[in-house]
Ligand binder design. Structure first.
Ligand code: KIV
Ligand code: ZN
Length: 389
């Protein structure tokens, strides 16, 4: 039986780019868009057309030049936003309008200062305004996870009735727990007329460090689109990291039983490219693309890795396009790792020599953070194997 497809909606150039330290020039955005298309994202959110002239121009350029993914522009549920977004998308082969309006009482009362009924009215009108003028309309009730469930059902029903075929349920403030988020998708699918005929989408933020977990939980709850950003960039603590969701679905394919079309061997180069454009890169211990994501230092781990990489490695660096990481020698490394590195450097030591080398190595490792190959060469040539004076 064919497996369900999970659509990757990339928001690196919208939610990601709008966050501090992440702004990019128009040529940088275009270069990212081409790389994201090569990576295989299904939908590329190129920006928020009405936000600035620069955003509008970038969306237009991407719509004109980037083929492969559907190109999306964000718009508030307002007439002028929708016109501007449709205009920016004009040259795209496949166009998606992404309309949003907050649905939680907190947002309605304090931010938008409108009633629940007024919001319902705006949603219906906005979607009707765009219907037939783009290929697809996505609607997002912002702050869905803090919205009264009965009202959320009414909002979603209104959007579907007006013509939205993708309903995104954002965890705007990263508040939800994975089991609650999954349950919300099940509830919408089961209780809103027509929700089983459209695509439900997850958009998660990392305020509690749960963005990836929530995106994956949503898939378990029936979502078939995930909104993600490279390196997890995005508002505040960021969005779900594209690379984490993509690799989790591959590594645990037997668990999720869904497929996606991303070429995961392009993940590392795309992450590096983004880091070169914005003002920060991923944390060293960031999953999949961090500098230490494939580094092993503890002796017991290095021993296992040398015996069989499967002991401590569920993803190979090559599978995500990352350079192979040699074992990092440091004070936690054991004799096996030392002997293996020395052999790579051309030294075959007998048991006594290896013992002596190991003692000299641990003394050095206590003083130095990292031990480089040249340190080992010095240690052996000038110590262990040096002719007695
Ligand atoms: O976090 C959010 O709610 C958003 C919406 C615009 C989808 O970014
Ligand atoms: Zn967001």
């Amino acid at each position: 039986m064919a497996q369900d497809h999970v659509y990757f909606f990339d928001t690196t150039l919208r939610d990601g780019e709008q966050s501090p330290g992440c702004s990019m020039t128009q040529p940088e955005k275009l270069a990212m868009a081409h790389s994201l298309a090569d990576l295989g994202v299904d939908i590329l959110e190129a920006g928020f057309a009405i936000a600035s002239e620069g955003d509008f121009a970038s969306i237009q350029k991407i719509a004109e030049e980037v083929s492969g993914p559907t190109i999306a522009s964000l718009a508030r549920a307002r007439e002028e936003d929708i016109e501007r977004a449709i205009q920016a998308l004009d040259k795209a082969k496949k166009k998606r309008l992404h309309v949003f309006l907050a649905s939680s009482d907190l947002h309605l009362e304090y931010k938008l200062k409108i009633s629940r009924d007024e919001a319902i009215d705006r949603i219906g009108k906005s979607i009707t305004q765009a219907k037939g003028r783009v290929d697809e309309i996505e609607f997002s009730p912002e702050d869905a996870t803090r919205t009264d469930p009965a009202y959320l059902r009414k909002v979603v029903a209104t959007a579907i009735e007006a013509g939205a075929t993708i309903i995104n349920l954002p965890d705007t403030v990263g508040f939800s727990m994975p089991s609650e988020y999954a349950a919300m998708f099940r509830m919408i699918r089961e209780q809103v007329p027509g929700a089983d005929k459209i695509i439900l989408s997850a958009h998660t933020h990392d305020d509690l460090g749960l963005a990836t977990a929530n995106a994956l939980a949503a898939i378990e709850g029936g979502a078939r689109q995930v909104e993600v950003a490279v390196n997890g960039i995005g508002e505040r603590a960021g969005n779900a990291a594209l690379e984490e969701v993509a690799v989790a679905l591959r590594v645990r394919a037997e668990y999720f039983k869904v497929e996606h079309q991303l070429k995961i061997d392009k993940l590392y180069p795309v992450s590096q490219q983004l880091s070169s454009f914005i003002s920060f890169g991923p944390a060293p211990n960031k999953a999949i693309v961090g500098n230490n994501a494939f580094a092993h230092e503890a002796g017991i781990h290095q021993h296992g890795m040398l015996a069989n990489p499967l002991t401590y490695e569920i993803i190979t660096p090559a599978s995500v396009g990352a350079p192979a990481k040699p074992l990092v020698l440091g004070k936690h490394s054991g004799r096996h790792a030392l002997r293996s590195r020395l052999e790579e450097l051309g030294y075959k030591l007998n048991a006594d020599e290896l013992n002596a080398a190991y003692h000299a190595f641990t003394a050095l490792a206590d003083r130095k953070k990292a031990i480089y190959d040249q340190d080992l060469v010095n240690l052996v040539d000038n110590g262990v194997l040096a002719p007695a004076k």
